[in-house]
Design a protein around this ligand. Structure first.
Ligand SMILES: O=P(O)(O)O[C@H]1O[C@H](CO)[C@@H](O)[C@H]1O
Ligand SMILES: Nc1nc2[nH]cnc2c(=O)[nH]1
Length: 315
């Protein structure tokens, strides 16, 4: 789908009606599983998996660590809470146009979702936020949005949606509060969960040291290649939003560059030196940390989901 193409909402909703039992098809809570985090839906009960290929308007996720299905199910104690999870998302760098990237969010909203928990894997730009930390996002910095790469570009999708959407209040304080309460009830170490700002970049290349430094200087704590288009559209659809970034690696920002000139001059002077080699990040490393922290992320998400029905402003 490209900007301006009519979106096949009616067909997608009809497919959900045909494939998902009544009890599960109008969830109030949506979850987006980031790289390596599809396990967030493993503890759902009565799960019905709907492959994206059966949903008109959906693409296929091509990134390792992203499955391509919606999982409908129940979570929490007693009767349980009805939820839907995206096992795999679409990123612009895969070649998907913005309307495709955010289409599942618009579908969730039309199914009845009011609260959305978006997860991702991200690189840390902040020396005080080590690998393995979960960062609840308080704000974002989206260089693409500032340069005419905004998911809301193009004709308005509906007269009900504001053309000029404010984003200063995008991240729900009530949901974030539930996350910290959950961390307390799960007796999580205080250092396991922190607050920060997410920088969205296009990818698929990881940052150069200079780019990492720029984002850090601009106030970002973590960086990734997803999430912000989903947040923007979820906000346009009127959803309450919480974003949890799992830090899977450090973005390499050396204090100083390795100087080849110094090395050559030292060698010529008979005192060879070898300065530190630059480190590099890999998607395998990203997925590995996702596996290590999957259980903790799942417990936190479950605990937040269970508490949402108790908060009047989230209904
Ligand atoms: O943001 P998610 O989808 O979790 O994935 C993150 O991990 C991938 C890079 O390793 C990128 O897609 C980045 O955005
Ligand atoms: N842009 C970006 N995305 C990531 N996703 C996981 N780690 C990273 C990273 O270091 N940079």
């Amino acid at each position: 789908m490209t900007a301006g193409t009519a979106l096949p909402f009616a067909e997608t909703l009809e497919a959900v009606r045909a494939l998902v039992p009544t009890k599960l098809r109008n969830p109030r809570i949506g979850i987006v599983c980031g790289s390596g985090l599809s396990g967030l839906a493993e503890s759902f009960r009565e799960t019905v998996l709907v492959p994206y290929e059966k949903l008109p308007g959906f693409a296929k996720s091509t990134v390792p660590g992203h499955k391509s299905s919606l999982a409908f199910g129940l979570t929490g104690k007693g009767e349980g809470v009805s939820v839907v999870a995206m096992l795999g998302r679409f990123h612009p760098y895969e070649g998907h146009a913005f309307p495709t990237v955010v289409y599942p969010i618009r579908i969730m909203a039309r199914l009845g979702v009011k609260n959305i928990i978006i997860t991702n894997a991200a690189g840390s730009l902040n020396p005080n936020i080590p690998v393995g930390t979960i960062v609840v996002i308080q704000d974002h910095l989206a260089l693409p949005n500032l340069t005419c790469m905004n998911p809301l570009l193009g004709p308005s999708t509906s007269p009900e949606h504001p053309r000029f959407l404010p984003l200063s209040d995008a991240y729900s304080p009530a949901l974030r509060r539930l996350l910290f309460l959950s961390a307390h009830h799960l007796a999580l170490d205080r250092s396991a969960l922190t607050e920060g700002t997410y920088a969205w970049v296009g990818g698929p290349t990881y940052e150069t040291p200079a780019e990492g430094r720029l984002l850090r200087l601009a106030g970002a704590d973590v960086v990734g290649m997803s999430t912000v288009p989903e947040v923007v559209v979820a906000r346009e659809e009127g959803l309450n939003i919480m974003v949890m970034s799992l830090v899977t690696n450090f973005v390499v920002i050396p204090d100083r560059y390795r100087s080849i000139r110094e090395e050559v001059e030292a060698e010529l002077a008979g005192n060879p030196i070898q300065l530190e080699q630059a480190q590099v990040v890999s998607h395998e490393e990203v997925l590995e940390v996702g596996r290590e922290k999957a259980e903790l992320m799942k417990k936190l998400v479950e605990s937040v989901v269970e508490r949402i029905p108790t908060v009047p402003e989230l209904q």
